[in-house]
Design a protein around this ligand. Structure first.
Ligand code: COA
Length: 326
């Protein structure tokens, strides 16, 4: 038994912020941002839009494509670190908005790797036979926790949501083949949000110190990302008896073009096999992988049974890679 992706959907908020717009906010240039990251613009949620609103659009598109009534979804797993409120889960809010009463719904906190973690959890439920219709999402509004005066971080992020519907298949040559997840919790200080949790509850001090925003050591994140992604991709390939040459397509978390280029180069996989969209969305955290998958699928990239190498890394540090056969 495997989990087959039978529907995908994504949503990007309407408002676009270009690098030229950012030049007016911080000391940066379009040229610097494009050269160091590959990003040209990003989409930003409207003031009244929260993460579950973005997720709702993506979920409806994925369910429509799967031909599945929202009421029949049995589980909802959402990767997010920017739920509508600290709790309940954005997935629970989404379940209510879908008019669904059947699904157990929860968020997964693995930052940019959140949708891969969620996919892996849902895959286990499908393989065990416990669930037949799973909705997996990645949705984030990172721009709500972005310090718009910090040029090290504000150039990177955008908002969005992506969704996948999973159903079981008896055809072992299709569906999720394996996913390999990793965490190195000693590395959390290089990418995190210090304020607003139980260690530093919301207070005037937290706000004054801007602890309610993303903090990042970009250079360290970069180094860890390239090493971790290469290792976990090799692990995923090895587990499936594959070499890099057997990979038809790559769907990767869109953090930084340089990170992806050098990971693919180390693996010996041509960059042309990797769907890129960070130029227009920036880093949309957990939304990135399902949004990228949705775009590539709707563009007709995949044929049944083709091999897709997936990979993501985010705060935690949390990362993973896997092989999906369409
Ligand atoms: N515009 C112009 N200059 C900038 C800048 C900006 N937006 N941000 C930083 N700089 C400056 C720095 O202050 C530094 O100046 P200095 O040499 O005078 O101190 C210089 O550019 C180089 O900074 P550095 O941090 O070494 O740049 P970098 O090449 O590492 O690129 C990142 C910075 C953030 C683009 C890069 O480290 C990166 O992509 N890291 C991974 C981030 C990421 O993907 N995070 C999410 C993971 S899910």
């Amino acid at each position: 038994m495997r989990s087959l992706i039978v529907g995908t959907g994504s949503y990007s908020p309407a408002k676009v912020v270009t690098n030229a717009d950012l030049e007016k906010l911080v000391d940066t240039t379009d040229q610097w941002i494009v050269e160091r990251t590959g990003i040209r613009e990003r989409h930003i949620a409207a003031p009244e839009e929260a993460t579950s609103d973005l997720a709702l659009h993506a979920a409806r598109k994925a369910l429509d494509q799967a031909g599945l009534d929202p009421k029949d979804v049995e589980m909802i797993a959402m990767g997010t670190v920017t739920a509508d409120m600290p709790w309940p889960a954005a997935a629970a809010v989404l379940q209510g908005r879908l008019g669904n009463k059947k699904a157990f719904a929860f968020d997964v906190s693995a930052a940019c790797a959140g949708s891969l973690y969620s996919l892996s959890i849902a895959d286990q439920f499908i393989r065990s036979g416990r669930v037949k219709n799973a909705l997996v999402l990645g949705a984030d509004t990172l721009t709500r926790i972005t310090d718009w005066t910090d040029r090290n971080t504000c150039i990177l992020f955008g908002d969005g949501a992506g969704a996948m519907v999973l159903r079981p298949t008896d055809d072992d040559r299709r569906g999720v083949q394996s996913l390999h997840l990793h965490t190195d919790g000693a590395l959390w200080p290089i990418l995190h949000m210090p304020g607003g949790g139980s260690r530093n509850p919301i207070s005037q001090k937290v706000v004054d110190e801007k602890s309610h925003y993303v903090k990042m050591n970009g250079r360290e994140v970069y180094k860890v990302a390239v090493r971790a992604l290469e290792e976990s991709c090799r692990e995923a390939l090895g587990a499936n008896g594959m070499t890099p040459g057997d990979v038809d397509f790559v769907i990767a978390h869109q953090a930084n073009k340089r990170i992806l280029d050098s990971t693919l180069e180390r693996l010996g996989i041509p960059a042309s096999k990797c769907w890129m969209n960070l130029e227009k969305y920036g880093n949309t955290s957990a939304a990135s992988v399902p949004t990228t998958l949705d775009e590539a699928a709707r563009a007709g990239w995949f044929t049944p049974g083709c091999s897709i190498l997936v990979m993501a890394i985010g705060g935690g540090m949390a990362w993973g890679a896997g092989i999906i056969r369409w």
